[in-house]
Design a protein around this ligand. Structure first.
Ligand code: GLA
Ligand code: GLA
Length: 672
């Protein structure tokens, strides 16, 4: 019997679907897994029909057999609740559980996630199945924990607009606003005759003839997130009650936006993430390592703790078309990257390339033939190298030097009105993230309700929706000595997504920044030349997408526009306030300009990286108490060099030659 809720010894796993393969093959697979160093298998998340072939008739015998076979080889199991794919008998009996899209059309059976998560009938069937499954496996010694559903929010992009969701939305609004007058006020329904006489009159946002109410859309997006959180909570309550020994997690998707992952992961033991660095159908990777690194830092940030990878790319990706093949060494480097950012366990998707169904070309560790090939060998070698360190690494995370504020509400508001057609919230944040990442500075993403004071540097791009409470938080962070970066489109709207009018931009934060912005310009198909005080004019300093035309009220101008009717006006400013410093960046700076500003910002914050490295090499740190581990990973197919700042105190515990990496090589250092 395992210790109470102890999963600290599980470090490498695979996603396995015994129901896709003949019974005679199972043991061959399990033996190969064991040989490779696999300690845990996730399964079950799509097999509702196998578990309940007809209403109320449960069959877990096949799953028992698979679980006990794995147990005989010392491999633990994570069970996915199979609510990601309701069966045909259920959909035929209650067609109203099919979700409705923005066109008002019901989506059909035949994919997955064809469910309306608010439908009360559907909820009853989910509850019954999860209860039966949890009861059946509660005492099984080989079951370590649970994954709720699968990638909640995936496939639900513009779903669901059905009558049940409409009723739920109305209830959500009534709870939030109390009276319909308050709703009308908050949504500004006086515009275009959108007033409601009661909550029952409110619609789901089906496609309209023209435009949308931005305030209504913001509430709708927040409602959808809450609905998914609630849908998951129903399952969590059941599993917690019946299986108190087991952990519960969920496989999130980095910067996917449908659900607020801070909320979704709050009731979980730890967060998990699905990591596909090759992109679903993408070009040859190397380019997107910044986003991949950010995915991992984001996942760690959800709960401020180490996490799992529940699906780590294990081969070429593809459904109807395919992505490029990861080159030798690359899968191992990607998996190590996950560990370097704080993954305690990496589960590969999937064990073997499937011969049936939609995902026949989403390649597994084993090819279709089932014969171990180069991917098996490569990942086995990587597991062999990292395994001896994984127990010690467990639970360690970096002490991040910088926090980037992440808010789903800000993201939703920018999605609803991007203002500049190419303005994207996450992309904007990743520009700043990239500057820190390339300097090997550990970064957290932090909720705007989170604790800022633990970071010497806080970057808060696009603080578009502003409340007094949030503004006060920024004031007090800087007053107490923090270095804060604010950007264009800050303080524009109130919490209901309505433009504020009591002062010039950036509203009350103008007092913190020592500026006022009486005018601005949206840079459509044009960049504006900028000069940066003290920096050599090299023709690569530009304002992109946006110009805030700033008036100084105490701040100093670091950069100014050189063109347009506002030539000479400040574009980037710096102000001291209390014991701290605040930068206001009134544009999206071109790459070189951003680099130059960030050099100043980092000097003010007294923040520096853990080392320096050639392009394509990542340096990461994990810490626990006084112990530190430093990872150096080469994401390129060339030899590459790096240097660790306090390298003298670090001991190379995995890898060949200090400071020199072979293509895709991974080095690990330890410091006591
Ligand atoms: C996601 C899902 C998996 C699988 C892969 C590949 O990560 O969670 O079930 O569908 O994508 O498409
Ligand atoms: C048209 C309409 C106005 C307003 C403007 C701006 O002119 O008549 O009501 O909508 O466009 O969109």
């Amino acid at each position: 019997m395992k210790k109470e809720r102890d999963w600290s010894g599980l470090h490498f796993g695979v996603d396995y679907y015994p129901e896709h393969w003949p019974r005679e093959r199972w043991e061959t697979d399990v033996a190969l897994m064991q040989e490779m160093g696999i300690q845990v298998v996730r399964m079950g998340e799509f097999s509702w029909h196998k578990m309940e072939p007809r209403e109320g008739e449960y069959d877990f015998a096949w799953l028992d057999e698979a679980v006990s076979l794995l147990g005989r080889y010392g491999i633990s199991v994570i069970l996915g609740t199979p609510t990601a794919a309701p069966p045909a008998w259920l959909v035929n009996k209650y067609p109203e559980i099919l979700p409705m899209d923005r066109q008002g059309r019901r989506r059909g059976f035949g994919g997955r996630h064809h469910d309306c998560q608010s439908n009360p009938v559907y909820r009853r069937y989910v509850e019954a199945l999860v209860t039966a499954m949890a009861s059946h496996f509660a005492e099984n010694p080989n079951v370590a924990g649970w994954q709720t559903d699968n990638e909640l929010g995936n496939s639900h992009g513009d779903l669901c607009m059905c009558p049940s969701c409409r009723r739920s939305f109305q209830g959500w609004l009534e709870k939030k606003y109390g009276t319909v007058e308050a709703l009308n006020q908050a949504w500004g329904t006086a515009f275009w005759s959108q007033e409601y006489n009661s909550f029952e009159e409110v619609f789901t946002p089906l496609v309209t003839v023209t435009g949308e109410n931005p305030s209504a859309m913001l509430d709708w997006k927040c409602f959808c997130s809450d609905l998914v959180v609630e849908f998951q909570q129903v399952q969590i309550d059941i599993i917690r009650r019946i299986c108190p020994r087991h952990f519960i997690t969920h496989n999130c998707m980095g910067f996917a936006d449908k659900v607020n992952y801070f909320d979704l992961t709050r009731p979980l033991d730890f967060a998990s993430h699905d990591q596909y660095p090759g992109g679903y159908y993408g070009k040859m990777p190397f380019e997107d390592n910044v986003r991949m690194a950010a995915n991992l830092d984001m996942t760690r940030s959800f709960k401020g703790q180490s996490f799992w990878i529940m699906e780590q790319q294990s081969g070429m990706t593809g459904w109807q078309i395919m992505g490029r093949s990861p080159v030798p060494g690359q899968l191992a480097a990607w998996a190590a990257q996950s560990v370097a950012h704080g993954a305690d366990c990496v589960v590969f998707f999937r064990w073997r390339s499937c011969c049936i169904g939609t995902e026949q070309y989403w390649h597994g560790i084993l090819p279709h033939s089932g014969r171990p090939g180069r991917r098996y060998q490569e990942l086995k070698d990587m597991i062999g190298k990292l395994s001896p360190h994984m127990d010690a690494l467990w639970g360690s995370i970096p002490r991040a030097q910088a926090g980037i504020v992440f808010s789903y509400r800000q993201e939703y508001a920018i999605q609803i009105q991007p203002q500049h057609p190419d303005l994207n919230y996450v992309t904007q944040l990743l520009k700043y993230y990239g500057e820190l990442h390339k300097r090997s500075i550990p970064v957290d993403f932090v909720e705007d309700t989170g604790e800022l004071s633990r970071y010497p540097l806080v970057i808060a791009p696009l603080q578009y929706l502003m409340t007094n409470a949030l503004a006060e938080k920024y004031f007090s962070y800087v007053r107490e000595g923090g270095t804060l970066v604010l950007t264009m489109r800050t303080g524009v709207k109130d919490e209901h997504n309505i433009c504020m009018s009591d002062r010039e931009l950036p509203g009350v934060l103008g007092d913190l920044c020592g500026i006022e912005i009486p005018d601005y310009d949206c840079l459509r198909d044009v960049n504006v030349k900028v000069s940066f005080a003290g920096e050599k004019e090299d023709g690569e300093f530009f304002a992109e997408k946006w110009s805030d035309i700033i008036t100084l009220l105490g701040a100093e101008a670091l950069a100014s526009y050189e063109e347009e009717f506002y030539a000479g006006a400040p574009c980037i400013t710096r102000n001291t306030y209390g014991k701290g410093v605040v930068y206001y960046i009134g544009t999206e700076p071109s790459q070189k300009l951003l680099e130059a500003v960030m050099n100043r910002v980092l000097a003010d914050a007294g923040v520096s990286g853990i080392g320096s490295a050639d392009e394509g090499v990542e340096l990461n740190i994990r810490q626990k108490g006084q112990k530190k581990w430093i990872f150096a990973i080469n994401h390129t197919n060339q030899e590459a060099r790096y240097q660790i700042s306090d390298g003298a105190e670090c001991k190379l515990v995995s890898g060949e030659k200090e400071g020199l990496l072979q293509p895709f090589e991974i080095h690990l250092y330890q410091k006591e």
